[in-house]
Write a protein that binds this ligand. Structure first.
Ligand SMILES: NC(=O)c1ccc[n+]([C@@H]2O[C@H](COP(=O)([O-])OP(=O)(O)OC[C@H]3O[C@@H](n4cnc5c(N)ncnc54)[C@H](O)[C@@H]3O)[C@@H](O)[C@H]2O)c1
Length: 256
């Protein structure tokens, strides 16, 4: 198992799903974790980790707000000696809609959270990491690589994360910062993001969508959040020391 002993890790969107599993996997790997999400207080699952005296702290953060990123940077300066080794830009949303029926507001909200949030997180991380290096993992999706008619805005946002990650990776490498920047591309994962998005469809459309997705996954099942979290720990660790600008697909064979 890849190790993160003593490393300071920030995970956004950490209240549930892949983010929560990533917090747990990083703690298992020996990291100290700063977990952030929209809610003012940690949810039950995060609170349970805090109550076990594990090295995890919680801060409220909306990843779309530059002021919230400034507050996180100030927290890192004041409470972690300015040290941040790993940032996992995980927060994301999925709103269903084709090119024809996606409202402009939904399009903009999706790009704000999924793409602008990753931009602000990467920018903040580079500033904090450039003196001593680090690893940034941007959570994209297989939806960055294929067109899924029902998630037009999500496709666009995750495709943006995929290429933006390479831009930042090449910049950091050429500057000699010792910062690696990679994207991870989960396939369909059993979280509230998927069940919540499917629930907005009519029953017939939902059944068609789910049936179609399941037929396309050779392993025949969704991923469990921890099956995405462990590859994130790998990218964060020194085991991935020669990986930057790379895309790690974790999808049960979906794209194959
Ligand atoms: N579940 C999947 O099938 C799947 C597949 C590929 C990629 N992903 C990506 O993985 C990431 C995590 O997804 P998940 O399935 O765990 O979703 P989830 O809905 O279970 O969790 C997402 C978390 O992000 C938080 N969040 C939303 N908007 C935010 C904002 N503006 N600022 C801060 N936090 C915010 C939510 O409060 C929530 O806790 C997302 O980027 C998602 O796009 C998920």
């Amino acid at each position: 198992m890849s190790r993160l002993d003593g490393k300071h890790v920030l995970v956004t969107g950490a209240g549930r799903g892949i983010g929560l599993a990533t917090v747990a996997a990083c703690l298992d790997a020996g990291a100290r974790v700063l977990a952030t999400d929209l809610a003012p207080k940690p949810g039950e699952a995060l609170q349970a980790l805090i109550d076990r005296d594990l090295p995890v702290d919680y801060r409220q953060q909306d990843v779309t707000r530059e002021a919230d990123w400034a507050a996180i940077a100030a927290h890192v300066e004041q409470h972690c000696g300015g040290v941040l080794d790993v940032v996992v830009n995980n927060a994301g949303i999925a709103l269903m809609g084709t090119v024809e029926d996606t409202a402009l507001g939904d399009w903009q909200r999706t790009l704000d959270v999924n793409l602008t949030g990753v931009f602000l997180g990467t920018k903040t991380a580079v500033r904090l990491m450039r003196a001593r290096g680090g690893s940034i993992i941007n959570v994209s999706s297989i939806e960055a690589m294929i067109g899924e008619p029902l998630v037009a805005a999500y496709n666009a946002s995750k495709g943006g994360v995929r290429t933006f990650t390479k831009s930042a990776a090449v910049h950091c490498a050429r500057q000699g910062y010792g910062i690696r920047v990679n994207s991870i591309h989960p396939g369909f994962t059993d979280t509230a993001l998927v069940s919540g998005a499917v629930a907005t469809l009519t029953p017939d459309r939902a059944a068609d969508f789910v049936g179609d997705v399941m037929r396309r996954i050779p392993m025949g099942r969704l991923a469990r959040p921890e099956e995405i979290a462990r590859p994130i720990v790998f990218l964060a660790s020194d085991d991935a020391s020669y990986m930057t600008g790379a895309e790690l697909v974790v999808d049960g064979g979906h794209l194959a």
